[in-house]
Design a protein around this ligand. Structure first.
Ligand SMILES: Nc1nc2c(c(=O)[nH]1)N[C@H]1C(S)=C(S)[C@@H](COP(=O)(O)OP(=O)(O)OC[C@H]3O[C@@H](n4cnc5c(N)ncnc54)[C@H](O)[C@@H]3O)O[C@H]1N2
Ligand code: MOO
Ligand SMILES: [Mg+2]
Length: 621
């Protein structure tokens, strides 16, 4: 059993005094293993952050020392209490009565104790003596408490109490989403109907929050991919002066070929308006404003220098060789690129990554516009078996690396959304609730994507946690598709969306493309294609390069590589398609949509058959 000791002290945290509590307690831990210790000041947030961190790491017992007295700065009980799923007043009572036998000042202690997830938390006084005495009072019993916490049911230690519950075997006796406290009472058939992908689209469409208008600078990266929320019209002409298209000489076209004096120079810069009369020319550069009176520009290549000024540094006389120069030649007229009052960007259009929209805005002097806000996405992996691949820890038997979070972070970011990485949650209700509440209330995410814990196992806790603890609504909890059967879509309140995706890596990635991204696209103001319920990635017709076996019951989304061959798009399977195999996404730029054999009437789709494919990446050469 692992222990964390959290010293709560302003002076120790500032280095003004030395900590002695950790050592004192350490000597009395006996069989318990001190896994972590830390010093924090008397600040609620610091205390809670440290405790939650340890709960997530699945430390079994957290002892805090200090901050339990009557002075104004003593706030440890206030910090701990809101974290407790269940209180343990018996432990508090034991500590108080024990220390009251030693000193009446124990009356002024305000300890709390209780359970957060599967972690027991006890607040001790700050002095080494007080802390060890209090710990002494509960030490013998704590082993039992921790043993009970580790089991599915506290009743397992009291076997006689369990015998009366056998009638729970039949799932019909359970309320639909009850969090069962014993594995023997779990559902044996999923209470969630397996709806079609199409019905799932309806539910997502109905429950996606409406877009919200914000103003962004044209240089903010998040503007790319955003949908414009209002018509933007040009408040000026581009160009807003007559500009030369070439380097040469501004002329009066009716003057014709001949030798003319160069009376002025016009560069592309801030300029005074120049004047030209018949029989004169002016030197001009590309983009420079035309002198008044000039009506054409002749390229320097079609002229000849006749005479220089004294000293030879300037042109004095130049011969225009060009014949038949027309009025307007080599001139950009005022407003000929963009006319004042014309539409620069229409409401509903999208800022493409190509930069064209940004350039068009900048050219008319617009540096910020109203767009629909993109939702902020929180990403959480769930599962006791998961190790953070970045932590570089060795795997214990039964553990695996968390591959879902890195995969999803990459996908979501590359779709242009801001990601909040929420890490890994252990399979317990308390931790899930804490992490999700914190993500929504403090980290201000709009949409939560979790993976794992949505199927039929006794540690699949997402569905009951969302309904019973977070008071959310589950709009669907199963979809007739492969992979991704237990995909769950829920909302909390009006504005928080949860996609609880299956833990299998290929399943969660398929479901991201199929369900999550369409929801996010709608949320940020993108309209679905005609006749569709949600906007999606492009859907194209592809020819199968090989025979594909159909699932007997479920429509299937297989990973393929799509290439153009002889005027057709051809799809080749990326290989082994089992849900656990994330490597089936390597080189995949499409998901082919295959019917279930039971719907299609055949068990195989033959080579050359044309099917729909969702394009999840570009088509490469
Ligand atoms: N009795 C039944 N069992 C299962 C059913 C069913 O209908 N009845 N459905 C199966 C299907 S289909 C799927 S899909 C999975 C979904 O499982 P969960 O969403 O509950 O996910 P977990 O049980 O937590 O994990 C499943 C699998 O994925 C691995 N995993 C989880 N998280 C990650 C991660 N972040 N990175 C890499 N791998 C991860 C996990 O270790 C498991 O192997 O349920 C079937 N069972
Ligand atoms: O539907 Mo599950 O995603 O087959 O593995
Ligand atoms: Mg499971």
């Amino acid at each position: 059993m692992t222990v964390g000791i959290l010293v709560v002290s302003q002076s120790v945290s500032r280095g003004l005094s030395a900590d002695k509590v950790v050592d004192a307690l350490k000597q009395r831990l006996d069989g318990l293993e001190l896994k972590a210790h830390k010093v924090v000041p008397d600040k609620k947030e610091d205390i809670q952050a440290a405790v939650l961190d340890w709960v997530r790491q699945d430390i079994k017992l957290i002892l805090t020392a200090g901050g339990t007295g009557f002075s104004k700065t003593d706030i440890t009980p206030e910090a701990i209490e809101p974290l407790l799923d269940r209180k343990a007043p018996g432990l508090v009572h034991a500590m108080l009565s024990y220390s009251l036998q030693i000193t009446p000042f124990a009356m002024l202690a305000r300890p709390v104790a209780g359970v957060c997830g599967e972690t027991l938390i006890v607040t001790l006084p700050g002095s080494p003596k007080g802390a060890t005495e209090n710990f002494q009072a509960i030490k013998e019993i704590i082993g039992h408490a921790l043993a009970q916490l580790g089991t599915e049911s506290s009743r397992s230690l009291h076997k006689e109490a369990r015998s009366g519950h056998h009638h729970h075997h039949h799932h019909g006796n359970l309320a639909k989403h009850e969090l069962v406290d014993s594995v023997v009472a779990r559902h044996r058939v999923s209470p969630y109907p397996a709806i079609s992908v199409d019905e799932a689209y309806s539910k997502i469409s109905e429950n996606t929050p409406g877009p919200e208008v914000i103003e962004v600078s044209i240089l903010e990266p998040r503007i790319v991919g955003s949908v414009v929320a209002e018509n933007v019209t040009a408040q000026m002409d581009v160009p807003n002066f007559r500009a030369s298209i070439v380097d040469g000489y501004a002329v009066i076209s009716s003057d014709g070929p001949g030798v003319y004096p160069v009376v002025s120079v016009s560069h592309a810069s801030k300029n005074d308006q120049k004047q030209l009369v018949a029989g004169q020319i002016a030197r001009i550069t590309t983009g420079a404003p035309l002198p008044e009176g000039a009506d054409a520009v002749v390229m320097v290549e079609e002229t000849r220098l006749v005479e220089t000024t004294e000293g030879g540094s300037e042109e004095k006389l130049v011969e225009i060789l060009a014949k038949n120069v027309r009025a307007g030649e080599n001139i950009r007229a005022v407003g000929s690129d963009t006319r004042k009052e014309s539409l620069v960007l229409a409401k509903g259009s999208r800022i493409s990554p190509g930069g064209g929209e940004i350039g068009a805005l900048a050219s008319v002097g617009v540096n910020k516009i109203k767009v629909y806000r993109k939702p902020v996405i929180g990403l959480l992996s769930t599962g006791n078996e998961l190790q953070d691949v970045l932590a570089e820890n060795a795997l214990h038997y039964g553990e695996i690396y968390d591959s879902n979070r890195p995969t999803l972070v990459s996908m979501v970011q590359n779709c242009g959304y801001e990601v909040v990485d929420l890490g890994i949650a252990p399979d317990n209700k308390g931790s899930l609730v804490k992490i999700i509440r914190d993500a929504v209330d403090v980290k201000k995410i709009d949409c939560l994507i979790t993976t794992g814990g949505v199927s039929m196992g006794e540690l699949d806790l997402l569905k009951p946690t969302i309904e019973n603890e977070l008071h959310g609504t589950i709009h669907f909890g199963r979809v007739r598709m492969k992979p991704g059967k237990p995909t769950t879509f829920a909302t909390i309140g009006r504005s928080t969306v949860i996609f609880a995706l299956p833990g299998n890596p290929a399943s969660s990635s398929v479901c991201y493309h199929l369900f999550v991204l369409p929801c996010l696209l709608k949320w940020q103001g993108i309209e679905p294609a005609l006749g569709q319920k949600l906007p999606t990635e492009p859907i194209v017709k592809v020819k199968l390069a090989e025979d594909l076996k159909l699932d007997p019951q479920r429509p299937e989304y297989q990973r393929v590589s799509i290439r153009q061959r002889d005027m057709a798009l051809v799809a080749t399977s990326t290989g082994f398609q089992r849900s656990s195999n994330i490597a089936s996404f390597k080189k995949a730029n499409g998901l082919v949509c295959l019917p279930a054999a039971s719907d299609f009437g055949k068990t195989v789709l033959a080579t050359g058959t044309v099917v729909d494919a969702i394009l999840i990446d570009q088509i490469y050469m």
